[in-house]
Ligand binder design. Structure first.
Ligand SMILES: O=P(O)(O)OC[C@@]1(O)O[C@H](CO)[C@@H](O)[C@@H]1O
Length: 340
């Protein structure tokens, strides 16, 4: 199957390099007191990525490599004042600060799942280029299967996406899963370093837990239970370098996910890595695109923000034909499940 490249003017991938990244660079430069060398390195990286080797490469690997090079440009991995500095923290922190955590309503299991899905609209890289509209509907809805496979599992893994509001909703889902009669343990897979603007790191997790605790009420209860679950070895955190690798999950090390019964993949990039960032016909069965996870069930929760899409009925696609950019505008979502 042909991979998605970035060399087609008008495509989402083309838009990311030519329109989203210049806005991102301007905001990063404006937000930090960088020395001239870092400004020069950033300008050089932006110019370089608008040339053919980058645009002709598969979008998935090129974009992931770009985020690594962005960290290199500020000296993230070298000794110095910017070593280990999260250049996206100012955006992630503002998103977290705007989360409405007071008087949280009690959610049903299905509402926890759907909140985690639509939390994925809170992707700050995406919002740099396009206004996010109201959630409209799901193009594939395996919610019932997702709940039944999740509530019957002993060990669940959640491959997180964005920090802030999305991670807060994910923590609500994890708190529900670990609740009375629920799963034995959940592993939360986070990024080992800043990535794709708003992807969640361990620092972002701690910030979310502090925000929940500080909000009191139901939010603080969630924070308390998750702290207790971590202390009891029932909430585990993993930041394997593979989560920032420019590769699909088909090329993951065999032991990446340990012995999970169910893996939840959050968001658009994880979906691209899960099914392969290819020009799939939309009717391609979801199960046929997945890596072999050796008996593990898969739940993919995603808002549609890039071209790749599988497992959707032709009638659904036909009904959306007059919606223009429905596959990339973030207003549509999917819950897709594979049960081995
Ligand atoms: O994984 P997420 O946060 O849901 O989305 C990441 C994203 O904004 O970045 C890529 C383009 O830059 C696309 O995969 C998608 O639109």
């Amino acid at each position: 199957m042909e991979p998605i490249l970035s060399n087609v003017p008008g495509s989402l991938a083309w838009h990311v390099w030519h329109e989203r990244h210049p806005v991102l660079f301007a905001r990063i430069k404006e937000a930090h007191p960088f020395p001239p060398e870092i400004h020069t390195a950033l300008d050089g990286l932006l110019a370089e990525t608008l040339t053919p080797p980058w645009l002709d490469a598969p979008f998935l690997s090129a974009e992931s490599t770009f985020y690594r090079r962005l960290l290199d440009a500020i000296g993230y991995f070298s000794p110095g004042p910017w070593a280990g500095f999260d250049l996206f923290a100012f955006l992630k922190d503002a998103d977290l600060a705007s989360a409405p955590l007071h008087d949280l309503p009690e959610l049903t299991p299905a509402e926890h799942l759907i909140a985690s899905l639509w939390g994925n609209q809170a992707d700050l890289g995406f919002q740099l280029g396009i206004a996010v509209g109201p959630a409209a509907h799901l193009v594939a809805d395996d919610t019932d299967d997702a709940l039944s496979v999740l509530t019957g599992a002993a060990r669940v893994g959640l491959v997180a996406d964005n920090a802030g509001k999305e991670l807060l909703a994910d923590l609500g889902l994890i708190d529900f899963l670990l609740g009375p009669g629920g799963v034995g343990a959940v592993t939360l897979y986070l990024k080992p370093h800043p990535y794709y603007v708003s992807d969640a790191t361990t620092t972002d997790l701690v910030k979310c837990l502090r925000a929940l605790a500080g909000a009191g009420g139901r939010a603080a209860g969630t924070a308390d239970r998750l702290h207790a679950a971590a202390a009891a070895g029932r909430l585990l955190i993993d930041t394997d370098p593979f989560f920032c690798a420019p590769l699909p999950f088909h090329e993951a090390p065999p032991d990446l996910f340990g012995r999970a019964d169910v893996l939840i993949f959050k968001g658009d990039l994880n979906y691209r890595r899960l099914v392969g960032d290819n020009h799939w016909p939309t009717s391609t069965p979801f199960a046929s695109t997945l890596p072999a996870f050796d008996g593990t069930a898969v739940v993919a929760l995603r808002t549609l923000k890039s071209d790749v899409l599988v497992g959707v009925d032709d009638a659904v696609v036909a009904a959306l034909a007059d919606q223009g950019d429905w596959r990339t505008n973030g207003r549509y979502g999917s819950v897709q499940v594979f049960i081995p």
